[in-house]
Design a protein around this ligand. Structure first.
Ligand SMILES: Nc1ncnc2c1ncn2[C@@H]1O[C@H](COP(=O)(O)OP(=O)(O)OP(=O)(O)O)[C@@H](O)[C@H]1O
Ligand SMILES: [Mg+2]
Length: 339
């Protein structure tokens, strides 16, 4: 039986799994679909995600980590187990697992996550902080006595942290992130155009039409939804300026969070940040024009990490090599013997 290391980025929007030397082997939306009458699980991951907004009443799709709380322990545990089994193929391997969990979850919830991983057959599990994993995954050497700033904009949270010598020095976490940006677009279209669009349409608008640096009113696309007055389907032409206005408040919150962390950081380390710049990771790092806007507003260099959606998962994989050296980022949960 082989010993294999598995790294898991348990994200509110996406779960990404790495397997030994193969690197990233799975990336699926964190979603579960189940039958509300029998509680039978019908689908996990992208199959469940594709059902959002399209199910009959007795089928419910939950995104168990979506709103900054674990809304359903059982679904979360099921999802973790199922996704781990997909990559291990239910083989009798005894993986060590490092899991990166969202910053908001409680100790009890952490324990539930670890137990789910254990029940999928792991021999030992560790938890790692998202900022630590993200920086390692982006290839930053965090063991030096120099400050590195990471801003990870995920689906459910934006985590801002300054890391030096393998530990988090200052950090702050807010709920303004991918999901709240989608919701802001939905609200804006309702108010300005009386157009009701679904979550997935709002997300597509965000991908295609966000320009936070120099939004233009002649860069447009059609948004499809339902007119709230007539109740009929409708499409409305919207511009980058619309999206900018819709998301401006959320983006301001993110920039304020970065400022707050900089203000609370010891001066020597802040000096390092001006040298090293700010690293953006997570899906939200791809928001059009965001890094340039941060540079313009804060006058600090800002770069988007390569392969930003997989950074945290890659970091968890690399972290196995550093288990002994990392301080704050790791929490040793315990040794469970595989039977
Ligand atoms: N090209 C893009 N432009 C803008 N946003 C994007 C892009 N690609 C993905 N996103 C957004 O990134 C978010 C998902 O990012 P990510 O996978 O890093 O989140 P997560 O790790 O699951 O969440 P969290 O870290 O909060 O637990 C979603 O809100 C998605 O809409
Ligand atoms: Mg994340």
């Amino acid at each position: 039986m082989a010993n294999i290391d598995i790294g898991i980025d348990l994200g509110t929007a996406n779960t990404v799994i790495t397997l030994g030397r193969k690197g990233v082997v799975l990336s699926e939306p964190s979603a579960v679909a189940y039958d509300t009458r029998t509680l039978e699980i019908l689908a996990v991951g992208s199959e469940a995600y594709d059902m959002i907004g399209k199910t009959p009443e007795y089928i419910k799709v939950v995104r168990p980590l979506c709103n900054g709380v674990i809304s359903d322990d059982r679904m979360t545990q099921f999802m973790i187990r199922e996704l781990i089994e997909r990559v291990t193929g239910r083989n009798l391997i005894k993986p060590r697992i490092i899991i990166c969990v969202p910053s908001f979850i409680t100790d009890v919830e952490k324990r539930a996550v670890v137990e789910a991983a254990m029940s999928a057959g792991s021999r030992k599990a560790y938890l790692i902080d998202e900022p630590i994993a993200a920086l390692i995954g982006a290839g930053v050497n965090i063991s030096l006595a120099t400050g590195n700033m990471i801003v990870d904009i995920g689906g459910g949270t934006t985590d801002v942290a300054i890391v030096s010598m393998n530990g988090v020095v200052t950090s702050h976490s807010i709920k303004s992130a991918g999901n709240t940006i989608d919701q802001a677009i939905i609200r804006y279209l309702q108010t300005k155009y009386k157009l009701l669009v679904g979550e997935r349409t709002a997300e597509r608008i965000k991908f295609e039409l966000t320009n936070l640096y120099d939004p233009r009113d002649n860069a447009t696309m059609f948004a499809k939804g339902r007119n709230l007055v007539s109740g009929m389907p409708e499409q409305v032409e919207i511009s980058e300026l619309d999206v900018f206005e819709a998301v401006e408040d959320e983006i301001t919150q993110i920039i304020e969070a970065i400022k707050k962390v900089l203000e609370e950081t010891p001066p020597e380390l802040v000096g390092d940040i001006y040298e090293n710049g700010i690293l953006l990771t997570g899906g939200g790092a791809l928001l059009g024009g965001l890094s340039k806007l941060i540079e313009r507003t804060l006058k600090v260099k800002c770069v988007v990490a390569q392969d930003t959606l997989n950074c945290v998962a890659k970091g968890t994989a690399i972290a196995f090599k550093k288990v002994d050296k990392l301080l704050d980022g790791f929490e040793h949960i315990g040794v469970y013997q595989y039977q």
